[in-house]
Ligand binder design. Structure first.
Ligand SMILES: [Zn+2]
Length: 205
């Protein structure tokens, strides 16, 4: 489909007439801008037709005549005024081309960084889940009996599990349910904390 038929497909003469300041009544009639018209004698719809001066045509012709433009200029005016975003076939300038390439490269780079981050985040999450699993296991396995409680004989793995499990759960909750920014903050600030937890837990093993 060419530019002209694309424009005609989306902008009617009636749209253009109203947009450029002609008052269109309910019957789709307006005062003809192409002859000295007093009473509305021009019918505007997809096309226009004047019953006074026989002016007739489509939206491109209409804008051409109103603004004294050639067809291509009229088309470009409509595209700009109606924000149609249709490619006009104008060749992009050198600086526009460079800008387009620069933007493309930047987007590609940002995408790679994001992918790498998501991968790291996944590893971090796996590591936390692993630690969490171990702590849950310890909590069950080394839970002291009543006698042990009374004698204050408590396995260090049990106390360690109690101490770290909730903290790990909190971080996992943020990673699973937080907003993007919260997740990033948590990831950035907790990495070292987790290294520390892991060392502590390994000591107890
Ligand atoms: Zn007329």
């Amino acid at each position: 489909m060419n530019m002209f038929s694309e424009i005609k497909g989306v902008v009617s003469v009636r749209d253009a007439a109203s947009f450029y300041g002609l008052k269109v009544n309910n019957n789709g009639m307006c005062v003809c801008p192409f002859h000295a018209d007093k009473n509305p004698s021009m019918k505007v719809d997809k096309r226009f037709h004047c019953f006074g001066c026989s002016a007739d045509g489509d939206v491109i012709n209409f804008v051409q005549r109103m603004f004294n433009l050639n067809a291509k200029e009229a088309a470009i005016k409509i595209i700009e005024d109606f924000h149609l975003g249709i490619v006009t076939g104008r060749k992009e300038t050198e600086s526009e081309k460079n800008e387009r390439i620069r933007t493309g490269k930047k987007k590609e780079y940002e995408k790679k960084i994001r992918e790498a981050y998501l991968l790291e985040l996944k590893k971090f999450h796996n590591r936390l889940s692993e630690i969490h699993r171990l702590l849950v296991e310890w909590e069950k396995k080394y839970s002291p009996s009543k006698e042990q409680w009374e004698m204050n004989f408590i396995d260090r793995r049990y106390s360690t599990a109690l101490y770290y499990k909730n903290r790990i759960e909190y971080i996992l909750d943020v990673l699973d349910y937080g907003e993007d920014e919260e997740i990033y903050e948590e990831y950035k600030h907790r990495k070292e904390t987790i290294d520390y937890y892991e060392r502590k837990i390994t000591e107890v093993k």
